[in-house]
Ligand binder design. Structure first.
Ligand code: KG4
Ligand code: ZN
Length: 364
């Protein structure tokens, strides 16, 4: 049904995401004409969450994740095509998360995508999961390159500049835990289920963000982040409580969100204040699973606005892992004239500023 809205020259891109605990696929359609900005839209998307599989373990179990991806992926793609009323041969290009992520899951997605690429004789793009998190904001908001990226996920915390769909400059990153990891571990100690972020956000709505004093690591000498001290302080505070009432839990959750936001905001201010005003980007994007947190999104904005930078947060469902961001990143690369490629392998570790897996050459 969505197909009717497509222009005849629109191309259809399939995105496949299996890097962690969501099997997710999407179809994005967009024109390749040389507009100044890529104009695409979502034809359909599907997600199969493995949360229930991993919940009893308190975190993702890699082999369980990989076997679930291989079980779910073919049927999910079939349902995706049915929903979009698209035949396989109508797909013009395929993008798949090649890293970073869990090795087994990445392999499942990449093998499936390569098989499809051969069967359909369509080009394939290896997509960088973190870059895709940062790019998907351009689907819903017009954000020109270069822009600042604050990526907050379960495994990463990075401040970067997006220069093009696959050229990123890393400014700073967490030297220990990611904010999502910190939230998940504290949530687990509070008895909340995995992933902890949504439970912490819900509890925090009833708490006082200034009630529990928590340490904030702010080094003056680098743009790196650190969250392990904050996590340890929360765990120690939990142990010290005689009784852990709902009110106390809510206060800790609110204080933790506040401490994470403050430490991110201070680092952003430190970076932006060091840039001459003319060199500051007009836009910044906050993305990754933790960016779906309403409090963190809202409270971060002034740290950017103080330096004339508008902070954009993609819709919450585009912040946590999803297939749309992979399909969109594929469209972005094709739109920018970046060729697909077949000879690549997965990269469980893959820095955001490393282009070695992808073709350096632009065809256009
Ligand atoms: O980007 P993502 O979906 O997966 C990774 O690439 O890691 O991020 C997952 C992280 C988890 O740590 C989860 O607890 C956190 O995002 N998260 C949240 C919220 N929803 C998910 N954190 C805070 N508030 C939320 N509402
Ligand atoms: Zn992610």
């Amino acid at each position: 049904m969505h197909k009717d809205f497509s222009e005849p020259q629109d191309r259809i891109f399939l995105g496949i995401e299996t890097s962690c605990d969501e099997t997710a696929v999407a179809l994005v359609s967009g024109a390749l004409s040389k507009n100044s900005y890529p104009k695409g839209h979502i034809l359909a998307h599907k997600i199969h969450s493995q949360v229930a599989l991993h919940q009893s373990f308190g975190g993702v179990v890699p082999p369980v994740a990989a076997s679930s991806h291989s079980l779910q992926l073919p049927a999910l793609v079939k349902r995706l095509l049915q929903t979009a009323e698209i035949k396989p041969h109508q797909i013009d290009g395929i993008g798949v998360t090649a890293g970073p992520g869990l090795a087994g899951g990445l392999l499942v997605g990449v093998m499936f995508a390569k098989g499809l690429s051969i069967a359909l004789k369509r080009p394939l793009w290896p997509i960088h999961h973190l870059q895709a998190h940062a790019l998907v904001a351009r689907l819903t908001h017009e954000i020109p390159f270069p822009y600042l990226v604050l990526l907050l996920s379960g495994g990463h915390c990075q401040l970067a500049v997006a220069n093009s769909p696959r050229d990123f400059t890393l400014i700073g990153e967490s030297t220990d835990d990611a904010p999502g990891e910190c939230l998940d571990k504290v949530a687990r100690c509070l008895g909340y289920s995995y992933p902890g972020g949504p439970s912490i956000e819900a509890a925090a709505k009833r708490g006082d963000p200034f009630s529990v004093p928590l340490p904030i690591a702010v080094s003056e000498h680098s743009y790196n982040f650190s969250f392990s001290g904050l996590k340890t302080a929360c765990l120690r505070w939990i142990k010290q409580q005689q009784d852990l009432s709902f009110e106390k839990k809510a206060d800790l959750c609110a204080s933790l969100q506040n401490a994470i936001t403050y430490s991110l905001g201070k680092k952003v201010s430190q970076f932006l204040s060091a840039l001459p005003p003319a060199s500051r980007p007009a836009f910044a994007v906050v993305c990754g699973g933790v960016a779906s947190n309403g409090y963190i999104r809202q409270e971060l904005a002034p740290y950017f606005q103080n330096y004339g930078v508008s902070l954009i947060a993609p819709p919450a469902q585009h912040c946590t892992d999803n297939g749309v961001m992979i399909a969109w990143a594929t469209y972005e690369q094709s739109f920018a004239g970046m060729e697909g490629q077949f000879n690549f392998s997965t990269r469980a570790r893959w820095p955001i500023n490393d282009h070695s897996l992808q073709r350096a050459k632009y065809s256009g």
